[in-house]
Design a protein around this ligand. Sequence first.
Ligand code: ZN
Length: 233
Amino acid sequence: MEGALVLLSGGQDSATCLAWALARFERIETIGFDYGQRHRSELEARQCLLTALRSAFPDWAERLGPDHVLDLTVLGRISETALTRDHAIVTTDAGLPNTFVPGRNLLFLTFAAALAYRRGLKHIVSGVCETDYSGYPDCRDDTIKALQVTLNLGMDQRFVLDTPLMWIDKAETWRLAERLGGKELVEMIRTETLSCYRGDTEHMHAWGRGCGTCPACDLRAKGYAAFIATVSQ
Ligand code: ZN
């Protein structure tokens, strides 16, 4: 049986990816990155989610191995973005939101592969998505496929970069969570994960915690509303 390393940020997407991996692989470990985020609540959310998952899903807990948090604060020092500096969230002249941290996913996946190599894990699972993504070029399917080739050539391995959310939207991501872990998992992801760019944990909405106005909250709110609309039909 194969093992997987899941990139877990503390948001809805990566939490769903973790459940996806737990339903599939024999041995699962998680990795998170401290890249100098403006807020720490994302890193706190991932710990709460892991604790909640372990207690609510004993079968999964048996296969859920160590959690690794890597210090990538150097990324925050070299990038000038709204996620790592106290800037307003706007679209740049290049047509990208200024929440885009250049090279972030490339570095995350490369460090994940280096760790997966040492831990003997074949699959690297991430929640990147092309469907309703924010225009981040390193979330594209072609980017991930190219990186898979590069990592396998450069490390002489046969890693598989799994992207279970690549072609689904946020409403379908909620439906996937429901298929994997029922209403209990949906409720856990709703209450424990944090997608907000501002790291707002004060305000609770139908779709979870967040400021309610940033692009990430907007996307999450719309996706949850679309999910609930189909559930109640
Ligand atoms: Zn927000």
